[in-house]
Design a protein around this ligand. Sequence first.
Ligand SMILES: Cc1cc2nc3c(=O)[nH]c(=O)nc-3n(C[C@H](O)[C@H](O)[C@H](O)COP(=O)(O)OP(=O)(O)OC[C@H]3O[C@@H](n4cnc5c(N)ncnc54)[C@H](O)[C@@H]3O)c2cc1C
Length: 346
Amino acid sequence: MQEAVQEKGLYYAPDPASRGTCFIGGNIAENSGGPRALKYGVTKDFVLNLEVVLPNGEVIETGANTLKNSTGYNLTQLMVGSEGTLGIVTQATLKLIPCPKRNMLMLVPFSSAEKACQAVSAIFKAGITPSALEFMERDAIQYTMDFTKESPIKLKDNEQAHLLIEVDGNDTEVLFKECEVIASVVEALECGEIMFAETEAQKEALWFLRRRVGEAVKATSIYKEEDTVVPRYQLPQLLKGVKEIGNRYGFKSICYGHAGDGNLHINIIKGDMNDAAWNNELTKGIRELFELTVALGGTLSGEHGIGYVQKQYMDIAFTKVELELMKGIKKLFDPKGILNPGKIFT
Ligand SMILES: Cc1cc2nc3c(=O)[nH]c(=O)nc-3n(C[C@H](O)[C@H](O)[C@H](O)COP(=O)(O)OP(=O)(O)OC[C@H]3O[C@@H](n4cnc5c(N)ncnc54)[C@H](O)[C@@H]3O)c2cc1C
């Protein structure tokens, strides 16, 4: 769909790294984001109206095909991110925007992952809103290059993390100026040598690297993935906390994600952790991780949803009253509990 609308000079920005395999219905159900959510918003910002089949077979329209709508409760937004627990989306009216004509991409190495995270909010403080700002720990890049057998970059010994930063727009001069501002911000944080992608092929190679990280990391071991999100200025604290909790519980984590949104994917690697620790102790470690995330002003999932796996942690993000309200909504839509039973709530 992205390609089809681009041919008409239009742009659909939600852009999950799984875009080659996922569907619009799944995107709506999970309120998917991806790298471009930073500047343009997530799926919810692009959905105007939905046709939905309710669990009793009735078909409803949730809104109107308008940019503004202040008419009653917002059923459209209730459906977006409801993980298929309230109804089945059978038709969607989506918003499209003009397609930006140019972009520039740079890869910035840092000798410390925390410094890379500090750079994220510093770039916004300098007045720049990149179209993508992605974070990758050293291991994330190394595993991906091993997995894909493609090496678009050479990792230096002291490089612990990278930021992949894209700016887009219609005016090359403006983009150059934005890149200069970003360069001065990251250099003040002692980054290594900045790599500017000079050709479309180079850009594609860097994006290929970033998009394959999830798959590559997951291919190395049994894993659990958390999708934490915090206000972006809290990212350094979150990353520090993840490593401290990992040290205490004996797990290795590989972190990457949409840093500009404060969205950190934490892949916990089983490696040689024994089954008892993996199945029992780790749950306590993950609970601590989510408690930290919420204490930093964040929440459990930025774009992957709750599903079956994270529902045991919902009490960290919501009070009893809030959870009961949500369960009441589920009951109203689906009194027999036939749609995705056991997802989000027990
Ligand atoms: C390698 C990889 C990378 C990823 N990267 C990102 C990323 O960058 N950003 C991001 O946001 N997510 C990412 N994801 C998560 C996932 O791709 C997204 O959540 C995606 O939107 C899921 O779509 P899908 O079609 O695969 O849905 P499925 O996995 O098939 O379904 C997801 C849920 O939606 C429900 N559902 C599906 N269709 C409908 C419908 N029509 N109506 C109601 N409910 C429905 C299903 O019942 C299920 O509960 C990634 C996943 C993988 C595997």
